[in-house]
Design a protein around this ligand. Structure first.
Ligand SMILES: [Zn+2]
Length: 315
């Protein structure tokens, strides 16, 4: 497979894939519909350079982001937590089930070796412990491989984003409760590197992360083959937005210690500073779109946000 570095094609992002509305501030304690109202089908994606842009080229709208924030506060309160600061001592170990979706038993057919999967878990553990280059924050999260499930099914290959076959595949394969991370690897539609679901109070079988198999460590998808597509998608699974969410205005990614950024960064640009607000662009953050070799950190604010989401939705 050959990859051209055409950055123009790489405008992407979150895409609504269900018409279910995000939870809104109208959710109140005692609301009988509280569990049914929250969004459950929104995914957010990352694409290879040259890959097709298949969805809304922007992030959540400010209203959608605000609704998600209101929902997070509501469910934290419902669980006796007042805010993210009250849950920063959590240290979840997340069980991971990896479903290797393959056309056949060849490597070209998606049959990646166990070693790539165990190395991927190590990359996740390093990233979420702040050990990538020793420069990041220890988020408290660690990951343990619970099972590798190899599935040969040509009709599921490549995995088609937002398709009935994707939903049927997940409905058949997903394991565990809201706190079990299900990762599906394979060739992906439309040049995508991966996509993931955000947490909500009604996590169903669609929940999980879909990752290009060759983006795992040792794969062929250079410069995205050190395993940080999974790091990034799991960040979404734990409620992080892109660092460029909201651009230069408003509350951006809802995290105070990631400087605002007008748009996604690619490659590993030097001195990029696209907003007049304080701080240079957070190009080394796992929630940007830079090359794997350029990414090495989550921030304390992101760690707190993930912990809050864990307490609210997945614990
Ligand atoms: Zn993303």
């Amino acid at each position: 497979m050959k990859y051209t570095h055409t950055l123009a094609a790489a405008v992407l992002a979150a895409a609504a894939i269900l018409t279910v509305s995000p939870a809104t501030a109208a959710l109140t304690p005692g609301d009988a519909n509280a569990n049914a109202c929250v969004e459950q089908g929104r995914a957010t994606m990352k694409v290879r350079p040259g890959g097709a842009v298949i969805a809304d080229p922007n992030e959540l709208t400010p209203a959608e982001a605000a609704a998600r924030e209101a929902d997070l506060r509501y469910w934290l309160a419902a669980r006796g937590k007042m805010d993210g600061d009250s849950v920063t001592a959590l240290a979840p170990t997340v069980p991971v089930v990896v479903h290797v979706i393959r056309r056949d038993t060849t490597r070209a057919g998606g049959n990646i070796p166990d070693s790539m999967i165990t190395n991927q878990i190590a990359v996740l553990n390093n990233a979420y412990a702040g050990r990538t280059g020793g420069l990041g924050t220890n988020t408290g999260f660690q990951f343990t491989l619970q099972a590798i499930n190899r599935v040969t099914n040509p009709s599921w290959y490549p995995i088609q984003y937002n398709s009935s076959t994707e939903r049927a595949m997940k409905a058949q394969l997903r394991q565990g409760g809201p706190g079990t991370l299900n990762i599906y690897t394979g060739e992906l539609s439309s040049g995508l590197l991966g996509w993931a679901t955000f947490p909500s109070s009604s996590i169903g079988s669609y929940d999980g992360a879909v990752i290009l198999a060759e983006s795992l460590p040792g794969g062929t998808a250079s410069p995205y083959n050190l395993g940080d597509t999974a790091t990034h998608e799991v960040g979404h699974w734990l409620n992080l937005y892109h660092t460029f969410q909201g651009g230069c205005s408003g509350s951006g990614d809802q995290v105070a210690d990631t400087p605002a950024e007008r748009s996604a960064a690619f490659g590993c640009p030097t001195g990029r500073n696209t907003c007049s607000t304080a701080g240079v662009d957070p190009i080394h953050n796992f929630m940007d779109y830079t090359d794997d070799s350029c990414m090495y950190e989550f921030t304390p604010g992101q760690a707190s946000r993930m912990q809050a989401a864990w307490a609210a939705y997945r614990a």
